[in-house]
Design a protein around this ligand. Structure first.
Ligand SMILES: [Zn+2]
Length: 130
């Protein structure tokens, strides 16, 4: 009896399984973020991180309160494309090259760092502390 025949997935089935698992993980992360999540950096160091406020910004966005969303995190509009792109990049017909992805990561990191430093400098980030 050949058990391998029944247990081994072909590449297409494996890719579908991967996509399903990614979406289940994404759903769990979203549920965790909504109901449980507290910023780990703030939890351990009592200081906000560069991403602090981005979840609240998206809740404000759901209410179409763009001003409040901007107040919570000025780069809130970047998060959704990133969140959608990263897990789907292998199934997209047109995706960025590795070089373009690395450049994007560097640019986004610098952007987040600059916004973080500005928010610390003008103390607006401390308004977010609960
Ligand atoms: Zn944070």
């Amino acid at each position: 009896m050949n058990c391998k025949k029944y247990t081994k997935l072909n590449t297409k089935q494996f890719n579908y399984l991967k996509i399903i698992i990614y979406h289940i993980i994404a759903l769990l992360v979203i549920l965790f973020t909504i109901f449980v999540y507290k910023c780990p950096m703030y939890y351990f160091f009592n200081f906000p991180c560069p991403g602090c406020g981005i979840t609240r910004a998206h809740f404000a966005l759901l209410r179409f309160d763009f001003k409040q969303a901007y107040h919570y995190h000025p780069l809130f509009f970047i998060a959704i494309p990133i969140i959608l792109y990263v897990p789907h990049r292998n199934v997209l017909k047109r995706k960025l090259s590795i070089k373009a992805e690395i450049i994007s990561i560097i640019i986004l990191s610098i952007l987040f760092l600059m916004v973080y430093l500005i928010r610390i400098y003008n103390k607006s980030i401390f308004d977010l502390i609960l």
